[in-house]
Every structure is written in structure tokens, then in C-alpha cells.
Design a protein around this ligand. Structure first.
Ligand code: SAM
Ligand code: DTB
Ligand code: SF4
Length: 317
């Protein structure tokens, strides 16, 4: 059976898919992936260009000024340092460079001009450039589009209903407004969420439905597994079983057949076999390098072994 691309999924329908028997769900995801998906796993590198001291109260985040975490507020990195890191990432095999800031919204003035320079610099290195800078308006996105920005990351994080339990300093509508501005600017949408924040399976289904209502679908969909951060309200969240995470990845693939589904935060808690299972059911992008924004990522040698298994070995071996 061929799964046509749809934009009208309902929460009940997706919930039934997500909570149904495991093997048919995984098999359907494998089929959709084979039919539409690229088999290569895209390697993205993250860099926090402005760390900590954020005025938002996102309950999962090490960088919120509302919580006492081990992350200290820093000033913005110099553009040259950012571009040096991008070059190193490219030379190590990454094709996309993602720059994050602990901002509620994109500022005007010198800081924004530096961001534009970073975007141009990353594009000049022949890499895809992605930024995640908080809320942005149409004028700012237009300028970032002109600078060559490939994608803007802005996660919906969870369902509309569960969102106020996680963040109170902005609304779901604020998030959607920025995503609409991204779309109008012609920049690709990168938007996904986090699993393991105490949400129900219905919340996960509802998040995926929100994302799958975009026409076209977001070009990339990060699926983060909560990294519990000491000092935040979610530090003691109940860890979820791998099977639940796998179901979320498979469902994202079925709903959004052509999107890049990215295994994002928390990949370091998955075994190699579990990561390979995620690739089989549709994940086709990862963050590489020893660090995410503030949290540790996967050891580079372990990742080399993972690629060798997934992509195969040179014929000379
Ligand atoms: N300040 C910007 C914003 O909130 O859009 C950009 C940076 S923010 C750190 C980017 C995303 O990282 C969040 O939307 C969230 O999905 C993810 N994230 C942050 N902390 C996390 C954690 N502890 N575990 C899993 N994902 C996390
Ligand atoms: C996304 O969805 N995950 C990345 C990226 N987009 C910006 C961030 C993960 C952050 C993990 C926690 C940390 O490093 O502080
Ligand atoms: Fe700030 Fe982004 Fe962290 Fe929320 S997720 S506290 S907006 S850096």
C-alpha cells in the first residue's frame, strides 16, 4: 500500500497508530521510509553561540535564568570563533551547522548583524546553516533568508494542552506565529519536540499532528529525548522506555514521509542497536560532535563505529 502525503491527520487516528501493536507500526514506518526517504544519515553540528541567562522558564532547559543549574550566563561568541568551529565541523564530516542562542527573541542591532555574518560565513563554507534564536518576526527572517539561511529551528516541544505545564513565559500561539513567519520567508522549517517530559502518549500524538498540519510539512523534525538537567523542574522526570521513543520516531516518519527526522538530544543514552533501529524506522539525521548546546553528546569514536555499521565499509576492507 502506498501512503499518500496527508495534512489532515487527527489526534485519535495517530493515537491509535502509536498505541497499536508494535511490529505493524514499525513495518509501516519502514515501508514509508523506503518509499520516500533518503537512506543517508545527515550529520549536523550544534554550537551554542550565546549560552545561559535566558529570560524564558522552559522547564527542561539548563539555560533558563529561572533555575539554578550548572550553566552560567556567557556573552555571545565572536563570529570568527563560530566560523572556525563550523570549518572544523565540516572537515569532520558535518554538512549542516546549527547555531543556538539562549534568547527569548531575536534582538535588533549589532548582535543580529553578527548572526547574519555567521549565517553568510557558514554558507560560504558550503554547509547548510540553521539557527535557533527564539521568536523572530517577518522582517528579521527576511534578512536571514537573504543572508542564505537554510533552516530556522523553533520547536513546538509538546502538545498545545501540555505546553503550559512546561513553559509559562510564552504561548503555543507565539511559537506557531514564528513558524508561520519562517514559512513566509522561504526559509525551511525545523520543528519538533521532546519526549519524556511526563506527557501522555496523546500529547505526543497531538504534537505530531500539529507538525503534520503544516503544508508542506516541516523540512526537518528533531525528536529529542529529555536530558534531565539538575536544578530544573524536570530533573526528576520519569525516564521513558526505548520502545516509546521508537514509536514516536516511527510515527513521525509515517506522518511526514519526506521530512528529515533527526535523533537529537538524548541519543547518548541509546545503545548502538537502538540507534540503528531508529534509522530503520525513519530517522535520517543526527547531531554529531561531543557537545549539543550545553549537554554532552555521543563520543565521536562510538559514532564512527555506528556509521560503519549503517553506511557499510569501504570495499577495500
Ligand atoms: N532559545 C531558543 C528556543 O527556545 O527556541 C533556542 C534554543 S533551545 C535550547 C532549542 C530546543 O532545544 C528547545 O526547544 C528544546 O526542544 C531543546 N532542548 C533544550 N533543552 C533540552 C533538554 N534538556 N532535553 C531535550 N531537549 C532540550
Ligand atoms: C533541537 O531540537 N535539539 C537541539 C537543537 N534543536 C537546537 C538542542 C538540544 C539541546 C539539548 C540540551 C543542551 O545541550 O543543553
Ligand atoms: Fe531559553 Fe530556549 Fe532554554 Fe527556553 S529552551 S529557556 S527559550 S534557551
Amino acid at each position: 500500500m502506498s501512503d499518500a502525503i496527508r495534512y489532515d491527520w487527527t489526534v485519535d487516528e495517530v493515537l491509535a497508530l502509536m498505541t497499536g501493536p508494535l511490529e505493524p507500526l514499525l513495518e509501516r514506518a519502514r515501508c514509508v521510509h523506503a518509499e520516500y526517504g533518503a537512506q543517508d544519515v545527515q550529520k549536523c553540528r550544534l554550537l551554542s553561540v550565546k549560552t545561559g541567562g535566558c529570560s524564558e522558564d522552559c522547564g527542561y532547559c539548563s539555560q533558563s535564568a529561572h533555575y539554578k543549574t550548572e550553566v552560567k550566563a556567557e556573552t555571545m561568541l565572536p563570529t570568527d570563533d563560530v566560523l572556525r568551529a563550523a570549518r572544523e565541523a565540516r572537515d569532520a564530516g558535518a554538512t549542516r551547522f546549527c547555531m543556538g542562542t539562549a534568547w527569548r527573541q531575536v534582538p535588533e542591532g549589532q548582535k543580529f548583524r553578527e548572526v547574519l555574518k555567521m549565517i553568510r560565513g557558514v554558507r560560504d563554507l558550503g554547509m547548510e546553516a540553521c539557527v535557533t534564536l527564539g521568536m523572530a518576526n517577518e522582517a528579521q527572517l527576511k534578512q536571514m533568508a537573504e543572508a542564505g539561511l537554510t533552516a530556522y529551528n523553533h520547536n513546538l516541544d509538546t502538545s498545545r494542552d501540555y505546553y503550559p505545564k512546561i513553559v509559562t513565559t510564552r504561548s503555543y500561539e507565539d511559537r506557531l506565529k514564528t513558524l508561520q513567519a519562517v514559512r513566509s520567508s522561504g526559509v525551511q522549517i525545523c520543528s519538533g519536540g521532546i519526549v519524556g517530559m511526563g506527557e501522555s502518549v496523546r500529547d505526543r500524538a497531538a504534537l505530531l499532528v500539529e507538525l503534520a498540519c503544516f503544508k508542506p510539512h516541516p523540512e526537518s523534525v528533531p525528536v529529542n529525548l529529555l536530558v534531565p538537567i539538575k536544578g530544573t523542574p524536570l530533573e526528576g522526570a520519569r525516564p521513558i522506555a526505548f520502545e516509546e521513543f521508537l514509536r514516536a520516531v516511527a510515527t513521525a516518519r509515517i506522518l511526514m514521509p519526506t521530512s528529515r527526522v533527526r535523533l537529537s538530544a538524548g541519543r547518548n543514552t541509546l545503545s548502538e542497536a537502538e540507534q540503528l533501529q531508529c534509522f530503520e524506522v525513519g530517522a535520517n539525521s543526527i547531531f554529531v560532535g561531543e557537545k549539543l548546546l550545553t549537554a554532552p553528546n555521543v563520543d565521536e569514536q562510538e559514532d564512527e563505529a555506528l556509521y560503519t555499521k549503517w553506511e557499510g565499509q569501504p570495499a577495500s576492507v
